[in-house]
Design a protein around this ligand. Sequence first.
Ligand SMILES: C[S@@+](CC[C@H](N)C(=O)[O-])C[C@H]1O[C@@H](n2cnc3c(N)ncnc32)[C@H](O)[C@@H]1O
Length: 331
Amino acid sequence: MRSVKEYNSPHSTTADITGHDLFREEVIRGLQSHPKYLSSKYFYDKRGDELFQQIMECPEYYLTDCELDIFSNQTHELAHIITAQAVAPFDLIELGAGDGTKSKYLLQELLHQKADFTYLPIDISGNVLTQLESNLSDLTNLKMKSLQGDYLDMLGEAAAMSSHRKVVLFLGANIGNMNRLEAQLFCESVHRILQPGDQLLIGFDLKKNPQTILDAYNDHAGITRDFNLNLLERINRELEADFDLTQFTHYPMYDPETGACKSYLVSTVQQTVTMGDHSFRFNEGEWIFMEISQKYSIKNIQTLAAQSGFVIERNLTDQKNWFVDSIWKVI
Ligand SMILES: C[S@@+](CC[C@H](N)C(=O)[O-])C[C@H]1O[C@@H](n2cnc3c(N)ncnc32)[C@H](O)[C@@H]1O
């Protein structure tokens, strides 16, 4: 039976839950910094969700197809790795679940195997959780409770809800939106919330031809550019700022040595942007750091797992060997 959603109405904005004040505070802090930055977690309002779904359809954005390849062709194997642990009921918690396109394969397989589990998708966007519920509405036997909010806050809430074994999914290379140190601190925090025997499945985008990676964040149709610019538009709309979007260009770059793919918005003119009582001065050519998409080698993944207290149970890769879903266990 489907339980009551934990998040606000579909028409609410992320700021309703994470705090409009927090959004404002973080934007001010980022735009007053040198160099300027904005947090990519704010990309996902209603328009941002739409644009991200269009990015997933772009021919250059290989990440979704690769992980879909794993989830659609190795579903049985994935389900087995989870259910082989024990027959007891478990909670399947998904961090940054999005529209659930990939997870649906696993959910269907688990239901088919009559596994006893509750699905707890977590996302900062209430809008996307509403879409997710609709996308999964045909899974009539699915026990599900959606949680809107930040990854770790909501994981803590989910962990406190039951004493069942936990299996945490973190797909889509969302971990890449943290730098290597942030990723380690994040995995350590997840480890602290989990118990021995619990599992964490993380999707990592692997290092590969640098041009292939750069193209994925610089699609010809300009959707990734619009996705980045949408955050300025959101700040205009929700925080009453006056960014002129025509005076910023999208600049993605990839450094194969560090595996860091970064997106910037660059001011094409000297200008001042105002937001309430605050004003932010931009020199011509000055940039705002928008997002990192960190790429990993298998060795990097092994190091991250070991440093944060997990053992790797399995690495499942797609047919091109471009992406890996790495299944870890708490020891
Ligand atoms: C790149 S999309 C990936 C979605 C999905 N995991 C997939 O693989 O298709 C990132 C998702 O994570 C959510 N998200 C981003 N930052 C978040 C945060 N700090 N806490 C919770 N959700 C977050 C976004 O709203 C978005 O739905």
